[in-house]
Design a protein around this ligand. Structure first.
Ligand code: SME
Length: 162
């Protein structure tokens, strides 16, 4: 078992990993589990204001909105390469934007959003989806958030849920 990162946030995140694992290993359909993960993260982490999964379509060129928790968004289909989501999919790596007003390739959902993190879900080198989180605070996401959310995405991938 990997040691959680040091510090308060680390202990909090270790607890959330355990709770996410319970949800993922419990009963229920795929979408219900992903939805429960979104709600868990949004409710338990103060700076996570919108939490959702995007799922890669069968062409591998477009991301489709999946289960989410937060305000409805108009961005239900995002081409790979467009916006923060599309760029994270194209690069196959986590993309953190601490101030969305400074990102030119950005798709705005709401003026309240100030920072965003997008973590791809990978199966080998293939992106099958991603976890997208918006925050109403600038510079909300630290390396601990990144490590935590990458672990959540590995859990979702290893169970074949995304
Ligand atoms: N801001 C994202 C679009 C999705 S919403 O945040 C839910 C982007 O730039 O790709």
């Amino acid at each position: 078992m990997k040691k959680p990162p040091a510090g308060k946030k680390g202990a909090r995140f270790a607890d959330l990993i355990a709770r996410a694992d319970e949800i993922l290993s419990g009963p229920g359909a795929k979408d219900a589990k992903l939805s429960a993960i979104c709600s868990l993260l949004r409710k338990q982490v103060a700076h996570y204001d919108w939490v959702g999964f995007y799922l890669m379509d069968s062409t591998g060129k477009e991301l489709l909105l999946g289960p989410f928790d937060g305000e409805p968004t108009e961005h239900v289909r995002i081409p790979v390469g467009r916006g923060i989501c599309g760029q994270a999919a194209a690069s196959r790596s986590t993309f953190v934007v601490q101030d969305v007003s400074k990102e030119s390739n950005y798709l705005s959902c709401s003026l309240s959003v100030k920072s965003e993190i997008v973590v791809p879900v990978l199966h080998g080198r293939k992106v099958t989806g991603e976890l997208d989180i918006d925050s109403h605070s600038k510079s909300a996401f630290t390396p601990e958030d990144r490590e935590f959310l990458e672990e959540i995405c590995r859990m979702v991938s290893s169970r074949g849920l995304v």
